[in-house]
Ligand binder design. Structure first.
Ligand code: KG4
Ligand code: ZN
Length: 368
């Protein structure tokens, strides 16, 4: 990044930051997105028409692998090391200059506090130096926006199922916002995948490994409970399923476990994805909104992608599932959500802090 002195402040800096809150300052053009909420350092540029010009993701999997999960302090440090390089790479990929950017969007939360601080402070500094409007974006809002990255004409309203490592939420997404219809009472779907993978000794990150192993297993060989909670409920629960897997693993000797591991993975995965698809289609039925999007890291799951397409097609409900690069954490979705928020006049104040939970959220999502 260029030093502030290049911009003429010298050693005595009297910042006048009113323009950062100026709601008129955004003129439609390329938007830079930044994402550092967990263990991916990502930057992307989208054009004025919403097309993705650059999408760079530096994954920290190698950093956290030997610990079997994300270590927050290591995540923050890795973001500090990577963010500059990732942003520069994104700008190079977009073939744009700093001056041609129109605005910056950054994930403000929810996520790991230290990890978010890196992205938010970097974005504030960059916005100040480039004199650009800045907006903070909710990570969930960003995942929701990913459903329209490839096809901006996909219908709204739409039901959106957000399934990631930290969230399992159902929304009704309208043009001007989203309403929460349901969420998980305990584990997130991604957490269920990761913990299941851990029980099966599959390493980190667990979701993709369990997905791969399940492909060689029989999903009906070993029965697992599919928790629906009460009839008509749009809430989720995965803790019983997780316990069921634990008991099955503990009840098998080493040989049997080795022999039946793929069947365990396939049955466990089938129970998760069946409940996800059941509830998403129940939301379609209950609201009468006849479009469904599935987003977030777990939407990369091969079985979920097939099952939701099959079941929705049978009901003639159009489905949007982002391509793999926009399922797991990325900054294109942040830039997309940010572009809408900037155009609507939202701005991040210079003293704004990251939020680590969903509660103080969001410009555009209302609780159900
Ligand atoms: O959205 P994401 O990249 O980060 C969060 O916001 O949490 O989602 C990460 C989650 C992890 O739990 C990971 O195991 C899961 O998505 N995941 C998968 C697959 N790929 C990623 N779960 C199941 N099958 C996959 N292929
Ligand atoms: Zn995510």
């Amino acid at each position: 990044m260029r030093p502030l002195s290049l911009f003429g402040q010298g050693s005595h800096c009297f910042f006048t930051l009113d323009w950062m809150n100026d709601t008129t300052a955004f003129s439609p053009g390329p938007v830079l997105g930044l994402e550092t909420s967990c263990d991916e350092t990502a930057a992307a540029v989208i054009d004025a028409d919403g097309s993705v010009l650059a999408n760079v993701v530096a994954s920290q999997h190698a950093v956290h692998e030997r610990f079997g999960g994300v270590v927050p302090e290591l995540a923050s440090r890795a973001h500090v090391e990577m963010i500059e390089r990732v942003v520069v790479a994104a700008l190079e990929e977009s073939k744009l200059s700093w001056q041609s950017l129109s605005g910056i969007a950054v994930t403000q939360g929810p996520g790991l506090a230290g990890a978010l601080i890196v992205g938010v402070n970097y974005a504030k500094t960059l916005a100040y130096m480039l004199h650009l409007p800045l907006v903070g974006v909710s990570h969930l809002d960003a995942h929701i926006a990913s459903a329209w990255l490839e096809d901006p004409n996909f219908p709204r309203p739409s039901i959106v199922l957000v399934v990631s490592g930290g969230h399992t939420h159902l929304y009704r997404k309208d043009t001007d916002g989203a309403t929460q219809l349901g969420c998980t009472r305990d584990d997130a779907a991604g957490e269920a995948f990761d913990k299941g993978a851990q029980m099966l000794g599959l390493g980190f990150p667990g979701g993709p490994a369990l997905d791969r192993l399940a492909q060689s297993g029989n999903p009906s060989a070993i029965p697992f409970p599919k928790t629906s909670l009460r009839r008509g409920s749009l809430e989720f629960s995965f803790s019983g399923l997780k316990t069921a897997l634990l008991y099955k693993v503990q009840g098998m000797g080493e040989d049997e476990l080795a022999r039946r591991k793929a069947d365990l993975a396939a049955g466990y995965q089938e129970a998760i994805v069946t409940v996800l698809v059941d509830k998403a289609l129940l939301a379609v039925q209950q609201t009468g909104v006849r479009a469904l999007a599935v987003v977030g890291g777990v939407s990369a799951n091969s079985r979920l992608r097939v099952l939701v397409q099959e079941r929705a097609a049978a009901l003639k409900v159009p489905v949007s599932i982002p391509p793999m690069r926009f399922c797991t954490d990325n900054a294109a979705m942040v830039a997309a959500a940010g572009r809408t928020a900037l155009a609507a006049g939202h701005r991040m104040a210079i003293d704004a802090e990251p939020f680590t939970t969903l509660e103080p959220a969001l410009a555009t999502i209302q609780p159900g």
